[in-house]
Design a protein around this ligand. Structure first.
Ligand code: PEP
Length: 246
């Protein structure tokens, strides 16, 4: 049995005050979604404040990205050890915004995944196809190769010990959510790629999840929760979505 996981990606939004306020509300409502795990990904500069509020309430905190390097002359980067030090237990790797805007390749994403696990962080590997790739019937090939790059570096078992988030690029921040059937089809294919060990791996759907569409998505057999962007910034809406994972 896979425990549902609801993840909130705050991206580059907020302030110290708003991050603490949001964390406070989530923490005080922990009893509403006891059967699920929750992790939030604040901007790096607020991680420590948020972790102070949330970890005591059994809500995890993570980094939105991580360096593949352990230390050194990498201006602006944050290592997995530093995230761990701040109280993180998860990290996003390969978010499509990182792949597209910061030119992260599947190889560097795999190295970030490895660095995370070496520092006892659970990586959430984000994969997904662009609209053009879907239109050209390349969805499964793209996702398969994004996951294969990580398997090649760390092995199948290590990937199964992480989390995979299917986030179609065309659905992120667009309001254009994948249908439950479209999402399930991809999730089932990912689980098949992970083999026997993948039966316990949590697979999340991400892309314009809201309380109005979450129930249908989360009721699919291979969808174990969600990675939520915009809607995770509104406490009430995110709490509703969290409850719909149960
Ligand atoms: C995301 O950033 O991972 C995401 C899914 O964003 P949104 O929910 O806003 O589409």
């Amino acid at each position: 049995m896979r425990k549902p996981l609801i993840a909130g990606n705050w991206k580059m939004h907020g302030s110290t005050a708003s991050a603490i306020e949001l964390a406070d509300t989530l923490g005080s409502c922990r009893h509403l979604f006891e059967g699920a795990d929750m992790v939030v990904f604040p901007p790096a500069v607020y991680i420590q404040h948020v972790a102070e509020q949330l970890v005591k309430n059994n809500i995890a905190v993570g980094g939105q990205t991580v360096s593949e390097h352990a230390k050194g002359a990498y201006t602006g980067e944050i290592s997995a050890g530093m995230l761990k030090d701040l109280g993180c237990s998860y990290v996003l790797v390969g978010h499509s915004e990182r792949r597209a805007l910061y030119v992260e390749t599947s190889q560097s994403v795999a190295e970030k995944f490895k660095a995370a696990q070496e520092n006892k962080l659970t990586p959430i590997l984000c994969v997904g196809e662009s609209l053009l790739e879907r239109q050209q019937d390349k969805t499964f090939a793209v996702i398969n190769s994004q996951i294969a790059a990580v398997i090649d570096l760390v092995g199948l078992e290590a990937v199964c010990n992480g989390v995979v988030a299917y986030e179609p690029v065309w659905a992120i921040g667009t309001g254009q959510v994948a249908s439950p059937e479209q999402a399930q089809e991809v999730h089932a294919t990912i689980r098949k790629q992970l083999g026997e060990g993948g039966s316990t791996t949590r697979l999340l759907y991400g892309g314009s999840v809201k309380s109005s569409n979450a129930a249908a998505l989360f009721s699919q057999p291979d969808i174990d929760g969600g990675l939520v962007g915009g809607a995770s910034l509104e406490a009430e809406e995110f709490l509703k979505i969290a409850q719909l994972t149960l």
